[in-house]
Design a protein around this ligand. Structure first.
Ligand SMILES: *[C@@H]1O[C@H](CO)[C@@H](O)[C@H](O)[C@H]1NC(C)=O
Ligand SMILES: *[C@@H]1O[C@H](CO)[C@@H](O)[C@H](O)[C@H]1NC(C)=O
Length: 309
């Protein structure tokens, strides 16, 4: 889309603030919006709004507003028919000024669940129907490196996760520096539970294999390697020059000539790999600390359209 290409041009600088963009596909239960960036040093405040429309004075279904007059705290609120509602405040916000962060807002039936750096911080009960939200805006003392959207990415039942097939994960890949393979980029701040990496592209027809490396300075924490000639996705870990033992189960979710969305969800104990909205593979962490995993590499018989870190 033109929106995407506009953002990709701003590769290194991240999003210009104030930022307003559309929430592709609207909100549904289970959908998450993930904002990554950095709170500016000496920040005053910043906000992320989920809005019903983009015009000035539009209703705001969720106003997420970290403030820095003293110890960081969070103010949440709604704005409807030109008036603010009653504020909800929560203290001990683990989001110091000057620090990088990931803010995740997940829609549930009754509330928005707000997580900071992978940990649940607070819930905000719906006052306006989340179905009306179509716009996200960000402003204030913040730098945004990526905003991504993910549909129901967490298991609904222990052991038998289910993911809606539609809509597939959508992302605004504006932290991309290049879509050319081989692709290599730094994962700023490294991985941590709650962080996701989304890769969109198309498998070349006649492809033999491609791979994604989640790497660190002395090896590869996860080498994810779909092999069409073996009809398997091989996963493995490499430390210095030594490969560990391969995992191959779980089938081949990619097809020649087909577009795909490949999402790596870093959790406490595993990488959860979701392809086109369906969980494809789970890989137990073999390399820690996760924060040292700071390089993303992609190569092989694949064309990339967006990468969101
Ligand atoms: C923090 O995020 C910014 C982008 O907002 C990035 O340029 C920087 O490298 C990150 N710093 C660390 C320590 O990850
Ligand atoms: C990924 O890791 C493999 C194995 O070390 C290496 O051969 C390949 O070049 C790496 N990919 C990229 C794009 O750097």
């Amino acid at each position: 889309s033109s929106f995407l290409s506009q953002q990709q041009q701003k590769s290194h600088k991240g999003r210009k603030i104030p930022f307003t963009g559309s929430v592709h596909g609207g909100l549904q239960e289970g959908k998450s919006i993930i904002v990554s960036g950095r709170v500016l040093p000496h920040a005053n405040r910043f906000h992320v709004n989920l809005q019903c429309g983009s015009r000035a004075g539009a209703d705001i279904a969720l106003h997420v507003n970290p403030r820095y007059d003293g110890q960081p705290y969070m103010v949440t609120n709604t704005f409807q028919h030109g008036c603010w509602g009653s504020e909800e405040r929560k203290h001990n916000l683990p989001l110091p000024s000057g620090s990088n962060f990931t803010l995740q807002i997940t829609v549930t039936r009754d509330f928005y669940q707000i997580s900071v750096n992978g940990g649940t911080f607070m819930d905000f009960r719906h006052r306006l129907a989340y179905q009306q939200v179509d716009t996200i805006s960000v402003d204030g003392s913040v730098e945004v490196s990526s905003i991504s959207f993910m549909s129901a990415a967490f298991p609904t039942q222990a052991g038998f996760p289910s993911f809606p097939a539609f809509p597939p994960h959508l992302s605004l890949g504006f932290s991309v520096s290049s879509q050319v393979v081989p692709y290599k980029n730094f994962i700023s701040g490294g991985l941590h539970p709650g962080r996701t990496i989304m890769i969109q592209g198309t498998i070349l027809s006649g492809a033999t294999r491609f791979h994604v490396n989640l790497s660190h300075p002395s090896g590869i924490a996860l080498h994810y390697n779909p092999r069409f000639n073996e009809n398997a996705v091989v996963r493995n870990t490499k430390l210095l020059d030594r490969w560990s033992s391969e995992e191959r189960g779980g089938g081949m979710p990619f097809q020649w000539g087909q577009p795909f969305t490949l999402t790596f969800i870093c959790e406490n104990n595993v990488f959860r790999v979701v392809v086109n909205g369906m969980q494809a593979h789970v890989y137990n962490h073999r390399f820690t600390p996760l924060s040292n995993i700071n390089i993303l590499e992609i190569d092989g018989d694949v064309q990339l359209s967006s990468v969101s870190l």
